[in-house]
Write a protein that binds this ligand. Sequence first.
Ligand code: GDP
Ligand code: IMO
Ligand code: MG
Length: 428
Amino acid sequence: MPAAVLIGAQWGDEGKGKATDLLGSRLDYVVKFNGGNNAGHTVVIGDEKYALHLLPSGILTPGVTPVIGNGVVVDVEVLFEELEGLEARSVDVSKLRISANAHLITQYHRTLDKVTERFLGKRQIGTTGRGIGPAYADKINRVGIRMQDLFDENILRQKVEGALDQKNHLLVKVYNRRAIGVDEVVDELLGYVERLRPMVTDTSLLLHRALDAGETVLFEGGQATMLDVDHGTYPFVTSSNATSGGAVTGSGIAPNRIDRVIAVVKAYTTRVGAGPFPTELFDEWGDFLTEQGHEFGTTTGRRRRTGWYDAPIARYASRINGVTDFVLTKLDVLTGIDRIPVAVAYDVDGQRFDEVPVSQSDFHHAKPIYEEFPGWTEDISGAREFSDLPANAQSYVRELEAMSGSRISAIGVGPGRDEIVTLHDLLG
Ligand code: GDP
Ligand code: IMO
Ligand code: MG
């Protein structure tokens, strides 16, 4: 089973890093195909905790070749910092390969991210401030800088000049900031060239050859379905395709080569930043989920908004991504709740919606219609077989499965690498 895509089903932070790590030893390549250092994946291995932002989580598994695909936006300064952090902890990072077509995040993208957010006022997205949106905007606007541009100083200078020409007008005249000098940017970027040279390559060709040779490739999505620029809660989204289709365009691998689509979904829901969230809780249950689930962002440290499981969103994720298997995470966090509410549909101004409404106004007005399921009090972190779970936890999982559009193949019962119940082989 050579190619699988792994994506988030909700608004991010579902535990994708842990799920990738879990498959690690069976993989030859792990490919990041979208986003940049806005991602934050926590992987816990024994007593060691790793926080990855730009690098694919597979970098932690010896033998795996980590790949940054063309769909990613790369802040090279962050890349080097992250690599050095891992090297200091004896992780072998020498196999990393980066697409020559990946776009760069430069200092003017970071600046623009911050100033545009400030100007949006109460319409703010609550971005991570990493320059993600402005870098993708330049890519679509055809004024982006790609990895391969670094290797031709003339081209690099021309492209930076072209990009800054526009942006300096904006920075100075609209945002009242200082102009950014071409040399400043070019010199910084040229300083990276020698170190990057061995890493930058045609990753599409590399992955095609790997698949032809029968090797196993996992495409690991950053962000999640509801943050996807096309299918998420636009404009409260990130600027890339975080859904399974993004794995194709973001890596240069054709859709007919993909065998499995694994979606990671939390047993409840969280969201960081602004935007609609029908099951959001503002009462003590919200605090309970935040505290029990340690729901604070890996990237920005922000408190995550919390709410109950939303079945229409899981069904939507199943449909948009073609999910073959769900990994249900953080079931352990629900331990101790007497009756667990699950949104089964929405009420929109008196009308019932069983599916996520296409109209943003309807979605903003959606009130969850809940069904409640009996909870459990036993510690489930030691469960490794489905039958180890208390009867009520088993039926909670089966109810979610029936509502969510695809089978649940693994269940997270704690942050540790081995804290997992497996029902079906995710790669089999
Ligand atoms: P990602 O962005 O999807 O990789 O997820 P994050 O790493 O941002 O957030 C998920 C958090 O939940 C991390 O701190 C994980 O260590 C933790 N985690 C993952 N799976 C489980 C689980 O099954 N139970 C518990 N309690 N924590 C988990
Ligand atoms: P992982 O991969 C949760 C959110 C931000 C903001 C919006 C746009 O860890 O699941 P951006 O900086 O991307 O332009 O911000 O998207 N966001 C995430 N939320 N998990 C993430 O990544 C996220 N990456 C971006 O909070 O609302
Ligand atoms: Mg995260």
